[in-house]
Design a protein around this ligand. Structure first.
Ligand code: ZN
Length: 142
């Protein structure tokens, strides 16, 4: 079991609480602080499509309330179609907007943030960082 395994399981549990009746694509996210506190989120869609919120944004909002964005050190995202079975799929990576939101937390902390992208089973994963995913980030100074 790798060190991210408990967080992957937490993100999978969060995914089960996704509200995605339009896309039928369920995503869960776990955000870990420097001291190991975890905040969870899932995608939340809306009949007015543009009001939908990604799992990462949802979890970052919960993290801000739980311990503050400046303490975020790791983010796990898991996702796949709602009707996915037990068979592994492709890892889900944060969209461009979420990358910018994760970057905001990295800028506040002065630390890079590890990102583990997984399929719905947690078996297929890619481990990266926000600096790798968003190398020329827009920041406060811009
Ligand atoms: Zn997103």
């Amino acid at each position: 079991m790798n060190k991210a395994a408990p967080l992957i399981e937490a993100a999978k549990a969060a995914r089960k609480r996704a509200y995605a009746p339009y896309s039928q694509f369920h995503v869960g996210c776990a955000v870990e602080s420097a001291d190991g506190t975890v905040a969870l989120g899932a995608n939340m869609e809306n009949a007015c499509y543009r009001l939908g919120v990604c799992a990462e944004q949802s979890a970052l909002a919960a993290a801000q309330q739980a311990f503050g964005l400046e303490k975020v050190r790791r983010l796990i995202v898991v996702g796949g179609p709602a009707d996915s079975g037990e068979e592994a799929g492709a890892p889900v990576t944060p969209c461009g907007g979420c990358r910018q939101a994760i970057q905001e937390a990295a800028a506040l902390s002065g630390h890079d943030i590890e990102i583990v992208c997984c399929d719905h089973t947690g078996e297929q994963s890619i481990t990266t960082t926000i600096r790798e995913l968003l190398p020329a980030a827009f920041s406060l100074g811009d």
